[in-house]
Design a protein around this ligand. Structure first.
Ligand code: ADP
Ligand code: ADP
Ligand code: MG
Length: 458
């Protein structure tokens, strides 16, 4: 087992990794930007090293500085968390070159599955259905337009290196195609350093359902069932639950097997997630695989009782996966609300600033993963998520009630958050029936009076 692990990340996921390391008796090294010097991950790690100023490109994305920190502190391994360098094959390769274990899949696997267009080809090669669209990357604008015309609108143009809901554009007609195509390409170039794009048919009103994978170094791969992440804003998840209320037992098994086929084909190791869209007829389509731990991994942990981050560490250290597929059980229903410092009434605009008072809920079946506290200043430079609240119970109905009650206790004063929004969702019939799709947030905002989303009590 490792003696010391460096966590190349910040916020709640850095804390999550520190906790798992502590339980396994592993020492931890935090890295941080100047603006994060008061962050809990810096205080809770055994050692902490400042790697630059607030902008990610000068700190959390600076592989060279992270390696300097790793060398000074003499770590055995690096956990990349999510976002930042977590799906960067060059970074994973550099770790290997420095004799440091990268806690994640191999650089080759990341390079293939991390590119969304290549990933679709992998899925197709093992006969997993994909959203209809271009055969891979499409570099020529006129060729792209002709294809979009023949597929039929609406279509979606996606950056192959995209993620976090960025690098995607919906095109409703032929007239606007060329303008949007140029936009996605230039945005992708800027944001991901890779302007490759591909085209997909836009699936109307889909469910986003994903499968958690765990794979060791010896070829054993299991899935840990599904999560429904259809409640999104700007193509990014806001509320997730496990298991999905939409899937039948038959579809669940079929999609779980499909996810394992894809993971096998790309020699997957460690934790990963295979994402699908499912239409109203129950047809499922692979969209991408995330070669890292995901934000919403906690709902799977609460549902199954299996600690995913500990397994990430154990697997990377060469331990065998001792859980068999038949041992993975849906023991509970778990729901997660992402608590973001955002104003839901202003199109979820970020709301950084000082948290003047913070009180988080607790009790049986309530889990809060967060790095903030009273007096914490939310920087404007990073993701707006400040906490993840997870409620788990014996049934979905009870989990919703627990979530509502926990949200009513949650106090974050000084900044606007998504608390009133997600609390109102827990009372919404459309949510309670479990038949919601990715259109939910738009429809919900239209039918919900703004005073129901009032911040006064939150
Ligand atoms: P998940 O897929 O785990 O639900 P999100 O899409 O919410 O995660 O992304 C988690 C974090 O990682 C966000 O801060 C997001 O901006 C960032 N992120 C994810 N993918 C990428 C990417 N390809 N490039 C840059 N940042 C990314
Ligand atoms: P990211 O890498 O940013 O996570 P994904 O490819 O996983 O991007 O897509 C994120 C979300 O965008 C999906 O959950 C879904 O809501 C929407 N989306 C993506 N592709 C399509 C599509 N072909 N049709 C309809 N919605 C889509
Ligand atoms: Mg995705």
């Amino acid at each position: 087992m490792f003696e010391k692990v460096l966590i190349a990340n910040r916020g709640e996921i850095a804390l999550r990794v520190i906790r798992a390391c502590r339980e396994l008796g592993i020492k931890t090294v935090a890295v941080y930007s100047e603006v994060d010097d008061q962050s809990l991950h810096v205080q809770l790690a055994d050692e902490a090293i400042c790697i630059g100023d607030a902008t990610s490109t000068n700190s959390y994305l600076r592989a060279d500085r992270i390696f300097s920190a790793a060398e000074i502190t003499n770590v055995d391994a690096i956990h990349p968390g999510y976002g930042f360098l977590s799906e960067n094959p060059t970074f994973a390769q550099q770790c290997h070159d420095c004799n440091i274990t990268f806690i994640g899949p191999s650089p080759e696997t990341i390079a293939s599955i991390g590119n969304k267009s290549f990933a679709k080809n992998i899925a197709k090669s093992v006969r997993v259905p994909c959203v209809p669209g271009s055969e891979g990357i499409i570099d020529d604008e006129m060729e792209a337009k002709n294809l979009a015309d023949s597929i039929g609108y609406p279509i979606i143009i996606k950056a192959a290196a995209g993620g976090g809901g960025k690098g995607m554009r919906l095109v409703n007609n032929s007239v606007s195609f060329c303008k949007e195509y140029k936009m996605v390409k230039s945005e992708a170039e800027k944001a991901f350093g890779n302007g490759s794009v591909y085209i997909e048919k836009y699936i109307e009103d889909p469910h986003h359902i994903e499968f958690q994978i765990l794979a060791d170094k010896y070829g054993k791969i299991i899935h840990m069932f599904d999560r429904d992440c259809s409640i999104q804003r700007r193509y990014q998840k806001l509320i997730e639950e496990a298991p999905s209320p939409f899937l039948s037992e038959k579809l669940r098994n079929e999609m779980g097997n499909a996810a394992i086929k894809i993971a096998k084909k790309c020699n997957y190791q460690n934790a990963g997630t295979v994402e699908f869209l499912v239409d109203k007829h129950g047809h499922y389509y692979f969209i991408e695989m995330n070669a890292r731990i995901q934000v919403e991994h906690g709902v799977t942990e609460e549902m199954t009782g299996i600690d995913l981050v500990k397994w990430q560490l154990l697997i990377a250290a060469g331990e065998k996966l001792t859980i068999d597929q038949r041992d993975v059980k849906i023991n509970k229903h778990a729901i997660e609300c992402r608590i973001n410092a955002e104003n839901p009434l202003k199109n979820f605009a970020p709301c950084p600033g000082e948290i003047v008072l913070y009180y988080s809920p607790g009790g049986h079946g309530v889990r809060v993963d967060s790095h903030v506290y009273s007096g914490y200043i939310i920087p404007q430079y990073y993701d707006s998520m400040v906490a993840k609240l997870i409620a788990s119970e014996q049934s979905r109905e009870l989990a919703i009630k627990k979530m509502y009650s926990a949200l009513s206790e949650y106090m974050i004063r000084g900044v606007k958050t998504t608390i009133p929004f997600v609390r109102a969702v827990m009372m919404d019939k459309g949510y309670i029936t479990g038949q919601y799709t990715t259109k939910f947030v738009d429809d919900f905002l239209k039918r919900t009076p703004t005073d129901a989303l009032d911040f006064k009590n939150c």
